[in-house]
Write a protein that binds this ligand. Structure first.
Ligand code: ARG
Ligand code: ZN
Length: 445
């Protein structure tokens, strides 16, 4: 906890220093010999976040709007579907990018005119929310060992400490696996909770496939907390399952998004051909791998990798699950943003055979969410609402392992803050994620 706190305060101080120095020098060399040398955060001052509407018109004109904005105007695609495209554009490209859109009669709504201020606000709010209340018990005494809470986002070490803490508390039903390591040598960790691993039906839950979707690991750790803080009193449909929980499938990317680039999506493996880093892990699974919706360009944000399951993270998860496919009933993977509960297929424009069951369970979850927090989520088939994309972990779990209840959950929000969801929304959003897991557990019965 101490480490995590000082890391964040360090970031805030660095922010101040950078602002102060901005006029004095243009050179980041000023930081040589400084511990931040490799971690000078990328800034997004006056970067705008746009929502480009009538994307179907663009399709009719057959202009690859996203690709052009990415390649010609340094755009970063946040979200793409059949209706709109959310993309952030650096200050220096705003004018030209706008003319490009106008030339094709597309209009862009400005969702934010300064992405950096969203990021600064997120950081500041998290720090404020975790400062000790006056008159409260001392920090250490009132905190659990790992310092886990849902008032703010956490670094990987805190999340892993939380997993170890749970295992230490319930050694008889928990098992903590290290299923592999990343390119940067971080552990890939999965916690299993089960009173009868041989016989109970299994549920897999993962988060953090995409680095910048911070609400995802926060939600998956919250699910872990919901399960465990009151395990003895959980209903039979929860206690009678084996739960596999992996809060961060992409630890390198997650840490990189915390220290260096808040908008990073992929993992951090080096490519052979270019200076670009990272593979989109959700385009790297062995299903429809060469198909639509991914790129073979290592510099693209949806780079599919050099081969199916080329990435250590993909390989570790695929191998781990393939060995445990017996009784594996559900595969839940948490992403953001968009507020949706979607099910296969994504790699082709076809519904899975039992789609009516999947639609019904998703709709039940969505109704319960509306009752609990008032948020409106959409239940749908993936390719219909998010477009066709191959290489996803969700499709793979159905195609390769025959898992029945396969869902990708796109958590909050619908584009106000996007990935940079303020910490005050963590708890309710995590509760929404838990509601989906609970509903699926109940359906397995
Ligand atoms: N936002 C997620 C992604 O782009 C959606 C995943 C849906 N499933 C899929 N196989 N594309 O990865
Ligand atoms: Zn995602």
């Amino acid at each position: 906890m101490e480490g995590e706190m000082s890391q964040r305060l360090g970031q805030l101080m660095l922010l101040g220093m950078l602002l102060a120095m901005a006029s004095a020098t243009n050179s980041s060399l000023a930081f040589q010999g400084n511990e931040y040398l490799n971690g000078i955060p990328e800034r997004f001052d006056e970067t705008q976040l746009w929502r480009v509407h009538n994307m179907s018109d663009a399709m009719l004109q057959s202009i690859p709007v996203g690709q052009v904005l990415e390649e010609k105007f340094g755009g970063n695609i946040w979200k793409e579907n059949s209706k709109f495209l959310d993309v952030s554009i650096g200050k220096e490209h705003v004018k030209a990018a706008r003319s490009f859109l106008q030339a094709h009669r597309l209009d862009a709504e400005v969702l934010s005119d300064n992405v950096q201020s969203l990021i600064d606000q997120e950081l500041l709010e998290g720090i404020q929310a975790t400062q000790a209340q006056p008159g409260a018990r001392s920090k250490k005494a009132s905190r659990s060992g790992s310092g886990m809470h849902w008032k703010d986002y956490h670094d990987l070490e805190t999340i892993y400490a939380f997993m170890r803490e749970i295992r230490a508390k319930y050694p008889n039903i928990c098992r903590l696996y290290t299923i592999g390591q990343t390119a940067e040598k971080r552990d890939l960790k999965v916690l299993r909770i089960s009173e009868n691993p041989r016989e109970f039906k299994k549920v897999w839950i993962d988060g953090g496939i995409h680095a910048r979707e911070w609400i995802s690991p926060a939600t998956v750790t919250f699910i872990l907390y919901q399960l465990m803080h009151n395990w003895e009193n959980q209903p039979a449909h929860i206690r009678g399952l084996t739960w596999y929980i992996m809060p961060v499938m992409n630890p390198d990317g997650y840490e990189y998004s915390r220290t260096t680039n808040r908008l990073w999506r992929k993992n951090r493996s080096a490519s052979r051909r270019t200076n670009c880093f990272g593979v989109d892990l959700n385009r790297n699974f062995d299903i429809g791998w060469t198909g639509f919706g991914s790129s073979k360009d290592p510099c693209s944000d949806v780079y599919r990798g050099s081969a199916a399951a080329s990435e250590l993270e993909t390989k570790a998860v695929s191998d781990f699950l393939a060995k445990r496919k017996y009784n594996l009933e559900a595969y839940l993977t948490y992403h953001s943003y968009g507020q949706m509960v979607v099910y296969p297929w994504a790699y082709k424009a076809v519904k899975v055979k039992d789609s009516s069951v999947l639609q019904r369970v998703a709709s039940t979850a969505v109704d319960r969410i509306a009752q609990k927090t008032g948020s409106s989520y959409t239940a749908a088939v993936t390719h219909e609402v998010l477009g066709i994309a191959g290489g996803g972990s969700d499709d793979w779990s159905r195609a390769a392992l025959g898992v029945k209840y396969v869902y990708t959950i796109e958590l909050r929000d619908r584009g106000t803050y996007g990935f940079v969801l303020p910490p005050k929304f963590i708890k309710d959003t995590a509760l929404e994620g838990w509601t989906v897991a609970e509903t699926v557990a109940q359906s397995i019965g």
